[in-house]
Design a protein around this ligand. Structure first.
Ligand code: GRF
Length: 200
């Protein structure tokens, strides 16, 4: 299977997927790594691993539609069958998602359905919950709303800052994302309504 990874930042989640591939946790090919920002560290990580990578700079496209058309054409050119969103900070339109329905995975740094959106850790601390975590889910037309594949919980500590909480959550992200991709690629996930069942 050919994967396309979309990222906007450092790319540590991309790295965890590449590491899992190297360790033989599952087999797949990363056909292309795409970022929407030229300075995204994910580009360098891909290049280092010899994986094709490209920046499709969002700023250079007027409308989301134009941007997504370009995304789709690059994904198709590289024969991408499954999309892994790894810290990709853009909302994809329903039209885009339709093209890859149930073939797009995302990781969110909170326990969904709580604390959706781009500032999860800040919102978690502001609300005062005692447990946070991360969620891997299929992407549907809503924001952070698709069927949940795996979650992991971490404690929120009294002296946490956004940074310290993010770091604790990130450690779990790097475990559950490769695991979710593994289950997905091995055909072990069954979506029934909102629930994703794991067949062993
Ligand atoms: C992660 O916390 C991910 O959950 C969120 O953005 C962050 C990306 O980190 N959506 P990285 O670029 O994978 O290091």
């Amino acid at each position: 299977p050919v994967l396309g990874v979309l990222a906007s930042g450092r790319g540590t989640n991309l790295q965890s997927i590449m590491n899992a591939l190297n360790n033989g946790q599952f087999s797949a090919e990363i056909g292309i790594v795409i970022t929407d920002k030229p300075q995204a560290g994910a580009l360098e990580r891909a290049a280092k691993a010899g994986i094709p990578n490209i920046c499709i700079d969002r700023k250079k496209y007027g409308t989301r539609e134009d941007f997504e058309k370009k995304l789709l054409s690059v994904l198709r050119k590289h024969n991408v069958e499954h999309i892994i969103l790894a810290g990709f900070m853009r909302i994809l339109s329903p039209l885009f998602i339709k093209e890859y329905k149930n073939h797009i995975l995302n990781i969110h740094p909170a326990l969904l359905p709580s604390f959706t959106g781009a500032h999860a850790h800040r919102d978690v601390l502001a609300y005062g919950v005692k447990i946070s975590g991360c969620t891997v889910h299929f992407v549907d037309e809503g924001t952070d709303s698709g069927p949940i594949i795996i979650q992991a919980a971490v404690p929120v500590l009294d002296d946490d800052t956004e940074e310290s909480l993010a770091a604790r959550v990130l450690q779990q992200e790097h475990i559950i994302y490769p695991k979710a991709v593994e289950l997905y690629l091995k055909g072990k996930l069954k979506i029934t309504g909102r629930r994703v069942l794991v067949k062993e």
